[in-house]
Design a protein around this ligand. Structure first.
Ligand code: HEC
Length: 135
């Protein structure tokens, strides 16, 4: 889906949701909608992203809807992160930038207190995909 690359995240999500609603019939679950959004934004998997979020312990610092035990208060809540304009106040909110931030925040902003958690590239893609389901 290379042609999607030029579209802002918000439009990709809207497009994904529109396509899903158009294609889905009764059997379609919320879960598969999340997968469609993740695929349309980062090419990742929302289900794998949610698992990776638990594994890396992002929830110890962030409130993350849909991830059990993710109720940390050291960082900002990630609710609605899919609709934000900026990431951590320093990057435009694009899929590539989100992946970059998750992989190594101090490389983006040397003053940030979010640590480099050694997130693998594929995990960052999946995690970013999950985060874009949070509208
Ligand atoms: C030790 C605490 C800590 C951990 C663990 C942590 N973060 Fe963060 N995170 C922060 C802080 C603090 C900020 C705010 C950074 C800033 O503005 O410089 C932040 C910012 C963010 C942002 C930008 C939020 C916004 O409102 O713009 C995202 C996205 C994010 N973190 C995702 C993650 C993910 C995904 C993980 C797990 C891989 C994670 N964080 C793990 C502390 C943490």
């Amino acid at each position: 889906m290379l042609w999607l690359k030029g579209l802002p995240v918000r439009n990709r999500v809207l497009l994904a949701v529109t396509l899903i609603s158009a294609l889905c019939n009764i059997g379609c679950s919320r879960n598969s909608q999340a997968e469609q959004i993740a695929r349309a934004t980062t090419g990742g998997s929302a289900a794998r992203g949610a698992t990776a979020i638990s594994r890396y312990g992002c929830g110890s610092c962030h409130i993350i809807p849909g991830v059990s035990g993710a109720s940390g208060l050291a960082g900002p809540p990630l609710s609605g992160i899919g609709n934000r304009i900026y990431i951590a106040g320093v990057l435009q909110n694009t899929p590539d930038n989100m992946i970059r931030w998750i992989e190594n925040p101090p490389a983006v902003d040397e003053h940030t207190v979010m640590p480099n958690l050694g997130v693998r590239h594929q995990d960052a893609i999946d995690i970013a995909g999950y985060l874009y389901t949070l509208q």
